[in-house]
Structures are given as C-alpha cells and as structure tokens.
Design a protein around this ligand. Structure first.
Ligand code: AMP
Length: 145
C-alpha cells in the first residue's frame, strides 16, 4: 500500500481496538493503546497506537493525536527502561509499504536493545509465547510513572 489511500477499518489494529482480535495490553488511556508486538524484534517490543485517529501513517496524522502518541511513546520507553534495564531503546515508525510498513494504522515501535544481542529483522521475527508476553507487559506496566 502506498502512502496515499483510504484507511481500512478492518486492519488488524482497528480490530484489536474493537476487541475483535486479542492483544496483550501494557497500558491505555482514552486516547492511546500500548500493547505487546506478537512478533517481537526483541524482548519487550511494544506498539503505541491512537484510539481515535484514522491516520494510516505519520504524514496523515492530526498534530494533536501525534502529540499524544509521542507522549505515550516516551512514557512507554521510560517504563521499558525501568522494567527491563536495556542498554538502549529503539523507537521506530514506518510509512508506506516501500517504507517498511505492514499495518496501515499509524503506530510507533518501542524496542529495547541490549549490547551484543541482535535485534530480529522487521517482519521476520517468530511469534511470541502469550504467557511470556503477558508477563513482560505486567513488568512494564508496573514500572509506569
Ligand atoms: P509495521 O511493519 O511497522 O507496520 O509494524 C506492524 C507490527 O505489527 C509488526 O511489528 C508486527 O509484528 C505487529 N503485529 C502484526 N499483527 C499483530 C497482532 N495481531 N498483535 C500484535 N502485533 C502485531
């Protein structure tokens, strides 16, 4: 899918937001949902999405929704750092298929990184164990400010 086009109301994140598809929530408020990536590129890989915006990518998003998303990214990255003690945190965001995007509901990746530990390839990571994801989400949620 190119950078231009219509929002698909049946994309996987829209279905997660509607509760039609299960996900492992880390935290949420009225505006954002933060949940575990089921194909994590490293342990603790979180996704941050807007609940209200129908933006498919960064180019389309309303400034107010973007501000809320970035605030949620920072809050999540701080909790990930506190809970998992990584050496670094990669924040990633892809736009359009040619830009590496596979789900067309705007989202930010928060990926903890450890020195000497390779990050799995984007779109090439195996599916995680759900109990492990739930345990990680709990640890991150406990560390939220
Ligand atoms: P992107 O390629 O930037 O659009 O990222 C989409 C992300 O969504 C990838 O990292 C996928 O692993 C992740 N993903 C796809 N389906 C699900 C799902 N059902 N629950 C959680 N994460 C998902």
């Amino acid at each position: 899918m190119s950078l231009r086009g219509d929002y698909d109301p049946d994309n996987i994140f829209a279905r997660i937001l509607r509760g039609d598809v299960p996900s492992v929530t880390v935290w949420e408020d009225d505006n954002v949902l933060v949940f575990m990536d089921v194909f994590p590129q490293s342990e603790g890989h979180c996704l941050v999405i807007s609940k209200a915006s129908k933006a498919r990518n960064l180019l389309e998003v309303e400034p107010k929704a973007l501000g809320r998303l970035i605030g949620a990214v920072q809050r999540t990255a701080r909790a990930v750092e506190k809970a998992l003690n990584p050496d670094g945190v990669a924040v990633m965001q892809f736009n359009g298929e040619a830009g590496g995007q596979t789900v067309f509901h705007l989202h930010f990746h928060v990926v903890p990184r450890w020195e000497g530990r390779e990050m799995k390839g984007h779109g090439h990571a195996p599916m995680a164990d759900m109990d492990e994801l739930r345990a990680l989400a709990g640890r991150i949620a406990t560390a939220l400010d």
